[in-house]
Design a protein around this ligand. Structure first.
Ligand code: GDP
Ligand code: IMO
Ligand code: MG
Length: 439
């Protein structure tokens, strides 16, 4: 079926928090279905509409478009208590999403012992040589571990309350063995199960066959927007392992996390900030541990949507972003938050790294030790006064234009959209790109 609006994936190209939520919200009016396919409530997407900020964690960011049907795919892990709170919050803001929501019967449930294991492990790691990962503490890693160990509990299991306790038991007992004394703080198995059933009750009618739903939509030519959470450098396989999350946040996760085949996807839009941020531990060669880094954090309000932690800030890192563009077959990038760099005398762009022997490279290492040896090679650009709210790229200051041209060249990918402020209206679509007809 030929459809005018391409089925589109929106994927983060750095270490998360690129502004994916804003772009999904911007595009959602052209889409009939918005789909989350991986991650859980480690994600935090802030959408600003008419000056009002709304934070989304597990509900797809297409939610603020009332004609958009929302799908939570099988690759997502869900904390149902938090999910219900999110639904209530949205309802309070005028968005009753339950009637237009379907959650995969194959999606896994985050349980209290997953959270306990996540926190216990981080506490131990903090005292060890490698240090902690700096997870969001939401039980994401252990929930995915249980899935792969075939001890997970899925939404479909909730429809069989009589056997639920036996579905939960193996994982619960294994975690108790592992965490020793800390297990005393855990609720009993029976309490976990009865709480789960109570929390899940209003959600039972919307648990279903999301794969079938999406297949039907695809056959009917109804456009689908696939929204990635986290980002490629946090991908369990293609990120800065072990300082990553536990899902495939790059393109492969879309297929496994929905059950859709590659030909159901027509375009990939990558999202990157005009600089780089990271929350949590791990390599970040472009990090600025100086007043410029502090300034970017303050002006960009770089504090986590989910945990409130300050984000580490640095210059745009072309090698990591180019790696993400290649990994995901990105058709065009959206460059976000250019306005945050307004007023700086000088703006840096990391175009490669010097390795331990002084050789220039842009190959990303696989071992954390090798990352520490890399020093950023920075190209410097003259700063500009203001880009805030600019809606046409030909109205940008020449200095900003020169910076963006060099950035696009360094990642070998065209810019399709430029964001110049948090609001829907602040930004420009590049003419001649596939986005030109969509925004
Ligand atoms: P996500 O996780 O990728 O959806 O991103 P987050 O929502 O965690 O973080 C992005 C933050 O930047 C949010 O608070 C957005 O409202 C804000 N934002 C998005 N685009 C822009 C922009 O162009 N300029 C500024 N100043 N803020 C932006
Ligand atoms: P969005 O969708 C930024 C980071 C955590 C930590 C690592 C592992 O808003 O871009 P986890 O709790 O997933 O086991 O933590 O991943 N992390 C994120 N960083 N944005 C996110 O999501 C993140 N989700 C996880 O900080 O370093
Ligand atoms: Mg975020």
């Amino acid at each position: 079926m030929n459809q005018a609006t391409p089925n589109l994936a929106i994927l983060g190209l750095q270490w998360g928090d690129e502004g994916k939520g804003k772009v999904v919200d911007l595009l959602a009016s052209k889409y009939r279905h918005a789909v989350r396919f991986q991650g859980g409530n480690n994600a935090g997407h802030t959408v600003v509409v008419e000056g009002q900020a709304i934070a989304l964690h597990q509900v797809p960011s297409g939610a603020l478009n009332k004609d958009c049907f929302l799908v939570v795919g099988s690759g997502v892990v869900l904390n149902l208590e938090v999910f219900r709170q999110e639904l209530d919050r949205l309802k309070g803001r005028g968005f009753d999403v339950l009637p237009r929501l379907m959650m995969s019967k194959k999606a896994h449930i985050i349980l209290p012992h997953h959270i306990a294991l996540d926190l216990w492990r981080e506490e131990r790691a903090a005292k060890a040589a490698g240090g902690k990962i700096g997870t969001t503490g939401r039980g994401i890693g252990p929930c995915y571990e249980m899935k792969v160990a075939r001890m997970g509990v899925r939404l479909g299991d909730l429809k069989h309350p009589e056997i639920l306790i036996e579905r939960v038991r193996p994982g619960y007992e294994e975690v108790r063995l592992r965490i020793g004394d800390a297990a005393k703080e855990l609720p009993s198995l029976e309490a976990i199960v009865s709480q789960l059933l109570e929390t899940a009750a209003p959600l039972l009618p919307v648990i279903g066959d999301t794969q079938g739903h999406l297949m039907d939509a695809w056959e009917k030519g109804e456009p689908i927007l696939f929204e990635g959470a986290q980002a490629t450098l946090l991908d369990i396989d293609h990120g800065t392992y072990p300082f990553v999350t536990s899902s495939n946040c790059s393109l492969g996760g879309l297929y496994t996390g929905t059950g859709m085949p590659p030909k159901a996807l027509h375009k990939v839009l990558g999202i990157a900030k005009a600089y780089t941020t990271r929350v949590g531990a791990g390599p970040m060669p472009s990090e600025l541990l100086d007043a410029t880094g502090d300034r970017i954090r303050e002006v960009g309000r770089e504090f986590g949507t989910t945990t409130g932690r300050p984000r580490r800030c640095g210059w745009f890192d072309a090698p990591i972003t180019a790696h993400a563009c290649r990994t995901n077959g990105v058709d065009g990038v959206a460059i976000m938050k250019l306005d945050v760099l307004d007023g700086l005398d000088e703006v840096g762009l990391v175009i490669g790294y010097r390795d331990g022997e002084g050789k220039l490279t842009s190959v990303l290492p696989a071992c954390p030790q090798e990352w520490t040896e890399l020093k950023p090679e920075i190209k410097r650009f003259k700063g500009w006064t203001s880009t805030r709210g600019v809606t046409r790229h030909d109205q940008l200051p020449a200095e900003a234009q020169a910076y963006l041209d060099a950035l696009a060249e360094a990642i070998e990918t065209p810019i399709a959209y430029l964001s110049t402020g948090p609001d829907r209206v602040e930004g420009c679509v590049y003419p001649g790109t596939f986005l030109a007809d969509l925004i």
